[in-house]
Design a protein around this ligand. Structure first.
Ligand SMILES: C[S@@+](CC[C@H](N)C(=O)[O-])C[C@H]1O[C@@H](n2cnc3c(N)ncnc32)[C@H](O)[C@@H]1O
Length: 444
């Protein structure tokens, strides 16, 4: 992985449309590979580290790097596969390739190895954490199993997993489809290979919907699939506030049709289990206090608060904090059997600021507590991380969808005396560069 601050080589002048041959050497955060052209960094899409490709320059605004997209493979990786989505394949012009399956040309196992590399590199570069010893072999061993597959994905080649898909509408033609990569150009497609059968059955791929801006397709585990349409000029989709029923193993969760829920069929259960197991480890180490001021920050409809209580027992005290009032209403319902659970609508930074002003007995309870947090892509960030450090809970269980944001927050937590005691990662977005991580921190 290479950061954007690599020195520019003034002798390398590249413009959009130039065709260059590249030796692809590494993987970067964001689903692109890394190569160099006359010393200048090239982030190249649709390649695989180890390959030699011919690529077309697609962006040359920055001095320090350019972006390019592979058009021909000159020397293929053994991990190259036929793209899982014909409309995203190399045979198409770069601007005509459907976005959202940027690893669809790579064998699943290698996709996971690349994700592990990105996580390890981010943790080392931004978090100051070495995941393995110095030698390449140690690192390869440590990374081999770091990113865990979702049940059933290997058998299905990572296809048919999405229970949520967002499509866009071309304002000129009314055609419905995904955006092209790094673009707002709608690409008509014949199929959605990452979506499950229920989504495929309602997807309006052949329709024209000129009044619409976006089309959200959702297939709840215990309800009929549906289509939510956001009209041009509207902010929210019709039917977005309807309640749908999800299932995590045999536990029911109510969610708004337009609200947050993990997109992979197996992801809610995987993250629920991972958080429950992380709490169980803390219990086994005598570090978890069910009566303390435990928190589930960025809590959505209460999935991870429920996981905490599953390990800690139904009387576990836990407050779930979420900025969307409708999600908090649903969390209150979903957690209603847990006597110690409370759902609060608030921005996390504001809620923590209030907690920091509370009386000593409350602060003491928070200090004995465990905080689970699952922030959006930007991570908790410096402000919230500083508040966490000031609250000084005994343990922090951090669920992250962005490895670099996690790594930056890891650095702040470690500098404040927290030890990183556990790190797992989950491949719950096959054929894309995304994955989820779970890091456990313990106050020294
Ligand atoms: C990644 S989701 C996690 C939801 C939940 N933990 C789950 O597993 O289903 C992040 C949640 O944080 C909420 N959110 C985003 N920014 C927030 C903020 N500043 N304060 C509180 N909640 C926020 C979003 O509405 C969303 O529900």
């Amino acid at each position: 992985m290479v950061t954007m601050s690599a020195p520019a080589n003034p002798s390398s002048s590249l413009s959009v449309g130039d065709v260059i041959d590249l030796d692809v050497t590494g993987i970067a955060h964001g689903g692109v590979s890394v190569a160099r052209h006359e010393g200048r960094v090239v982030f190249v899409a649709d390649a695989i580290p180890g390959e030699r490709v011919r690529a077309e320059v697609t962006e040359a605004r920055k001095k320090s790097f350019v972006r390019a997209t592979a058009t021909t493979v000159l020397d293929a990786s053994p991990d190259r596969r036929e793209h899982v989505w014909a409309e995203a394949a190399l045979e198409r012009r770069p601007e005509d390739r459907a976005g959202g399956a940027e690893f669809g040309h790579i064998a699943l196992e290698r996709q996971r190895a690349l994700k592990a590399e990105v996580l390890a590199d981010a943790m080392q570069r931004f978090g100051g954490v070495e995941l393995a010893g110095e030698s390449d072999e140690d690192l390869a061993d440590a990374l081999a199993d770091l990113v865990e597959a979702a049940p059933g994905d290997d058998e299905a080649n990572g296809l048919g997993y999405r229970t949520r898909v967002r499509l866009h509408v071309d304002p000129e033609t009314g055609a419905v489809g995904p955006y092209a990569a790094r673009s707002r150009r709608v690409i008509p497609v014949a199929s959605l290979p990452l979506a499950n059968d229920e989504i495929a059955s309602v997807a309006p791929l052949a329709d024209q919907m000129p009044d619409a801006a976006t089309v959200d397709l959702i297939a709840p585990a215990a309800d009929d699939p549906r289509m939510l349409i956001t009209l041009v000029g509207d902010k929210k989709p019709s039917g977005g506030a309807d309640l749908v029923r999800e299932l995590v193993e045999d536990r029911g969760f109510l969610v708004r049709a337009g609200g947050f829920w993990q997109v992979h069929r197996e992801a809610p259960a995987m993250l629920f289990t991972a958080v429950r197991d992380a709490i169980q480890d803390l219990i086994d180490a005598d570090r978890f206090d069910p009566a303390a001021g435990n928190l589930d920050l960025y809590g959505g409809v209460g999935l991870l608060a429920a996981a905490m209580a599953e390990a800690g027992g139904p009387g576990t005290k836990v407050t779930t904090v979420e900025s969307e009032a409708s999600a908090t209403d649903d969390a209150a319902e979903n957690l209603s059997e847990l006597l110690g659970a409370l759902a609060v609508t608030a921005r996390v930074d504001r809620h923590l600021a209030d907690l920091l002003k509370s009386a000593k007995p409350v602060r003491d309870r928070l200090r004995r507590g465990t905080i689970v947090l699952d922030p959006p892509r930007s991570g908790a960030g410096g402000g919230v991380t500083a508040q966490l450090v000031e609250l000084a809970p005994a343990n922090i269980v951090y669920v992250a969808c962005d490895p670099v944001a996690l790594a930056r927050d890891t650095k702040s937590l470690r500098e404040a005396g927290y030890e990183l005691t556990g790190l797992r990662a989950f491949d719950i977005f096959p054929h894309t560069h995304h994955f989820e991580s779970l890091a456990t921190f313990e106050r020294a």
